[in-house]
Design a protein around this ligand. Structure first.
Ligand code: NDP
Length: 453
């Protein structure tokens, strides 16, 4: 670690105490960028990095709501408007009891670089609440979403800040949020993405993050003249990203053998084929059940409950070729990374945001496997959100093939940018450096153009 990085990290930790995820996200980026800053003293002189680390605006607000039993609840709402150098703030909303300022700042920070990589005109933001939607009635979800939007609507708009979904925020929640925004503003605009198809949503948006993560992996495989044909894949999560990751793996000839939720995981040696995936989609998106039920239905599967005290996750300890973490941050620690390598995994493409700890990332880079970091590999979701914004502005919906074609091209371009940038800065094959530097340069140059604001 150079002195510059050391001093910067000490400052970030002092100014942002008790935000370990934010420190982690910044450290990974700053380490990559030290190569660039050595070559470009003008960025250092203009304190570009110091400015990118500081959110342009942090909104934090009370969300009071009353449930159907008449009980009052108080949650905390957030929106981090991180950087608008490239366009309106753009990034998802997360509803999960673990949500806090540090987690949302890490997500918003990552989003700035990711959105830049898509080449679409989007700044970076993130938001959400510590509200837990799990097991709640539709009425409770609607009341909470309405109360959340009753404050958030003041700060967002189609040219200012355009939120989308993330963990715990899917089509149902976006619908309730959009309805309330429309009522309060008396305006029908593309203020959110991930909307329903009948009212401004884009085809392929639900699929985009998972498909994009698999497309990014396919690009990495192609550099070795390889493909998914016959490859065994480990997938974590069973929500939006995991479901469409499995769908695309199946379409491209691979076999996904695991899925999980926060209670445990299933291992299905025969693979989660399309019929079983349809069952998972119904289980998770309609019945809102637990992944354990998969093993009750399919005898080829074994369910293992999660042991919160364990020092590793057994999901990552199976023989496989590829791994797609699609649940949450830091779900692959150093020991998990060791297990993956030991079991023959040579490709990791990250659907979730920052799913690998810094020690795990270091191992992947040292062993020179094909490692696609989240801000590149999962950028397909926000890319199609960007395409949804374009369709909303033109008031013209595009057909499925057109959106999917554009998504594939964007993922190809992101891969090329990461690969070529890594080579240009003397670290060939290092997609972490490629993504961090590739994402940074465009934001940095735009900030230089726009002056100190
Ligand atoms: P969903 O809410 O649809 O699914 C999340 C899945 O991860 C669920 O299976 C959930 O299990 C599991 N999970 C969540 N938190 C934990 C935890 N602490 N420990 C173990 N499992 C957990 O969310 P998405 O699929 O949309 O998001 C998954 C990841 O992908 C997140 O990191 C998100 O930031 C990232 N991402 C999402 C994008 C999108 O377009 N949706 C875009 C880019 C990145 P359970 O139901 O038990 O909580």
């Amino acid at each position: 670690m150079s002195n510059y990085v050391k001093d910067l990290m000490a400052d970030v930790k002092a100014k942002n105490p008790v935000q370990p995820e934010f420190h982690q996200a910044v450290e990974e980026v700053v380490e990559s960028l030290s190569i660039v800053l050595d070559k470009h003293p003008e960025y250092r002189a203009a304190k570009i990095l110091e400015r990118i680390i500081e959110p342009e605006r942090v909104l934090m607000f009370r969300v009071p709501w009353v449930d159907e039993q008449g009980e009052t609840h108080i949650n905390r709402g957030f929106r981090i408007e991180m950087n608008s150098a490239l366009g309106p703030y753009k990034g998802g909303l997360r509803f999960h009891p673990s949500v806090n300022l540090g987690i949302l700042k890490f997500l918003a920070f990552e989003q700035v670089f990711k959105n830049s990589l898509t080449t679409l005109p989007m700044g970076g933001g993130k938001g959400g609440s510590d509200f837990d939607p799990k097991g709640k009635s539709d009425l409770k979800i609607m009341r909470f979403c309405q109360a959340f939007m009753a404050e958030l609507f003041r700060y967002i708009g189609p040219n200012t800040d355009v939120p989308a979904g993330d963990i715990g925020v899917g089509g149902r929640e976006i619908g309730y949020l959009f309805g309330m925004y429309k009522k309060l503003r008396n305006e029908f605009t593309g203020v959110l993405t991930g909307k329903g198809l009948n009212w401004g949503g884009s085809l392929i948006r639900p699929e985009a993050t998972g498909y994009g993560t698999v497309y990014f992996g396919a690009e990495m495989l192609a550099t070795k003249n390889d493909s998914y044909e016959g490859k065994t894949c480990l997938v974590s999560g069973s929500g939006n990203v995991a479901q469409y990751t499995v769908e695309k793996i199946n379409q491209l000839g691979g076999k996904a053998v695991t899925l999980s939720d926060s209670s445990g995981y299933i291992y299905d040696e025969e693979g989660v084929n399309d019929e079983k995936l349809a069952y998972v989609m119904e289980l998770k998106n309609v019945k809102r059940g637990r992944i354990k039920e998969y093993a009750d239905k399919y005898k080829s599967a074994v369910y293992t409950p999660l042991d919160p005290k364990a020092d590793h996750n057994p999901l990552w300890d199976h023989k496989a070729d590829c791994a797609f973490p699609c649940a949450t941050q830091n779900e692959i620690n150093e020991k998990d990374a060791q297990n993956l390598l030991k079991n023959g995994v040579f490709l990791v493409s990250e659907g979730a945001n920052m799913p690998t700890t810094l020690d795990g990332v270091k191992l992947f880079l040292d062993k020179k496997i094909l490692y696609g970091p989240a801000k590149a590999a999962n950028a397909g979701g926000v890319a199609v959100s960007g395409l949804e914004m374009s369709q909303n502005s033109m008031r013209v919906p595009w057909p499925r093939e057109e959106v999917d074609g554009r998504l594939q091209q964007i993922m190809k371009n992101i891969h090329t940018t990461c690969k070529e940038t890594a080579e240009r800065f003397g670290t060939p094959g290092n997609y972490v450096n490629g993504a961090n530097i590739g994402g940074f340069l465009k934001v940095a140059d735009s900030m230089m153009d726009q002056g100190v604001v």
